[in-house]
Design a protein around this ligand. Structure first.
Ligand SMILES: [Fe+2]
Length: 299
């Protein structure tokens, strides 16, 4: 598989413009900042995946604000619904998301594009509920999909993380999932990565031998609290963007800060004017393992 860079964001919780989410947060402006950052990244991601809770309350007006906000994104986008979404309204509002069923059915889907990991959307949202549930039909669909797909590196998209995350109040709301789900993933080692959202914090875990990468929210985070006695609060931290770099049969994940204009200073001994040439020589293997200095670069 050719190298691919996939940006992963989640939980924008858009409300109808110009309202604020919970009368506090301009989630539309926050999503716009995140999308602008993705648009300006070098190298630019090949794809953006958005793992649910597109809006806070599922109204046509909120989805219209979402559609208008997403219009600035200059990278292909794949998304799936979360527990705050209405499947039917979401699919109607974003007709370019052709993988979403139009009649309000579960958004299970498969996206098979050349030179890209296989993407399997797995919708285990329970309408009207905070928690996820993997039913018999869901398990059967996923088993059939994984059995029939070619054994290429595969990325599963789910809104809810399939594991407890240590964020106490979120874990308390989520009953254990059917253990056959994890066994199924364990039998399909081609599933390398499971991307999720829901807990409004970046988390990493393992599930059936696959790595789970949870993205925080573009809109607002849940206050960092592992103490179950601490009441949950919203936190207005700067959001971040997860980047999953697929290469060969593997995937490496990073967290990119939203801003790239933090105060900074140069490495001692590095002439930034000659850096591109030094980098070319290092990448060419001219002196792998050596530390380059400006004098070496000038030879
Ligand atoms: Fe959310």
């Amino acid at each position: 598989m050719a190298s691919k860079l996939i940006a992963h964001i989640s939980d924008p919780h858009i409300v109808e413009h110009p309202k604020l989410c919970y009368d506090k947060v301009d989630t539309r402006a926050n999503l716009a900042c995140v999308l602008a950052r993705i648009n300006s990244m070098q190298p630019k991601p090949d794809l953006v995946v958005l793992t649910g809770d597109l809006v806070d309350e599922p109204t046509a007006a909120a989805y219209e604000t979402l559609r208008e906000t997403l219009a600035c994104l200059s990278v292909p986008l794949i998304l799936l619904p979360g527990n705050h979404d209405d499947r039917e309204l979401l699919a109607e509002s974003l007709p370019d998301q052709v993988h979403l069923p139009r009649g309000g059915e579960k958004a299970h889907f498969i996206i098979d594009r050349p030179d890209t990991p296989l993407i399997v959307g797995f919708d285990i949202v329970v309408p009207g509920s905070e928690h996820a549930h993997v039913g018999e039909e869901d398990l059967a669909w996923l088993a059939r999909a994984l059995r029939r797909l070619p054994p290429r590196p595969t990325m599963l998209m789910i809104h809810h993380p399939p594991v407890h995350t240590g964020l106490a109040f979120m874990d308390a709301m989520q009953p254990a999932l059917d253990p056959r789900f994890e066994s199924l993933i364990a039998r399909h080692r081609e599933v390398k990565l499971i991307v999720c959202g829901h807990v409004h914090r970046a988390v990493d875990a393992m599930f059936g031998g696959a790595r789970v990468a949870v993205a925080g929210s573009t809109g607002f985070q849940f206050e960092f609290a592992l103490d179950p006695d601490k009441p949950p609060r919203f936190s207005l931290e700067t959001p971040s963007i997860r980047l999953h770099h697929w290469s060969g049969d593997g995937v490496t994940s990073l967290v990119a800060p939203l801003a790239d204009n933090w105060p900074s200073f140069g490495f001692p001994g590095v002439d930034e004017a000659t850096w591109p040439e030094m980098m070319r020589r290092m990448r060419g293997g001219a002196s792998r393992g050596e530390v380059y200095t400006p004098e070496v670069a000038a030879d």
